[in-house]
Design a protein around this ligand. Sequence first.
Ligand code: C5P
Length: 319
Amino acid sequence: MNRSVTVRVPAKVNVQLAVGGLRPDGFHDLANVFLAVGLYDEVTATPAEELRITVSGPDAGQVPLDRTNLAARAAELLAARHGIAPDVHLHIAKDIPVAGGMAGGSADGAGALLACDALWGTGASRAELLDICAELGSDVPFSLVGGAALGRGRGELLTPLDVGATFHWVFAVADGGLSTPAVYRECDRLRAVEGHGAGVDQVPAPEPSPALLDALADGDLTTLASALTTGGMPTAPGGGSSNDLQAAAVSLRPSLADTLAAGTKAGALASLVSGSGPTCAFLTRDEQAARAVAEGLLASGTCRTARVATSPAAGATLL
Ligand code: C5P
């Protein structure tokens, strides 16, 4: 019998990404408010002679098929812990922008882990799965749990958050990705240029914004929109943002300032870079407004494509 298991995993947007100092281990302490959004990858695990990855979807060519793919690493880590061989074919149906700041690679890691656990009957506990996720990457635990959560540490220590409404978003997908380590390095460089230094002793400990958490819990669109554009330097290209990586992403890709401005002009309530970018996220009033903002962004010529999605979304789910 050649049975297979499919898992659906959401993308994320960081409604707040407060970045602390550079730690001795090369990571930054974060106060990371994750929100899962309804753009999904699907990972299907099928028994095979050896570990193999295939990818479908418009951007499949940009996804690595070797052991650097987090889906492959997830299968290897789970198999090693249970003393079995990671002989599985993992097929990724990719719909989340690649290297876009929406945790697409992390989604595939979490999805492969859950799919392999079900296929192999390893029966890993939730705690073990979360542990493997944290080993795979800072954003992977959130891809597993979904919904909304505050991530502390390097983003892997999660506390679930309440969300009081469905929010409507547009995501402007850029041509080409940005490297997450490069964006963090640029953030450190900008801090050094500003004269503050970038180390843990020089940057204030990152804290979640109480106004933003209340807005999420109350489902208060207006307060959430203003919290998303508070922080950083309002005069920086791209404007003020709850995302401390925004200035760095715009510095590396100055055209993102035009994308952000185009979304605002098209009627978005708030415009910000998603995570390390280059995808830009636009909060809108409702579904109709989201469609209008997406059309305005496409017409502006400042992005490759524009996607409409709602949040929160469920975490990795067996189909
Ligand atoms: O954990 P992950 O593999 O996703 O991290 C990729 C890179 O992003 C790290 O090697 C580091 O350069 C940067 N990073 C960071 N601080 C974090 C998370 C990621 O500096 N909290």
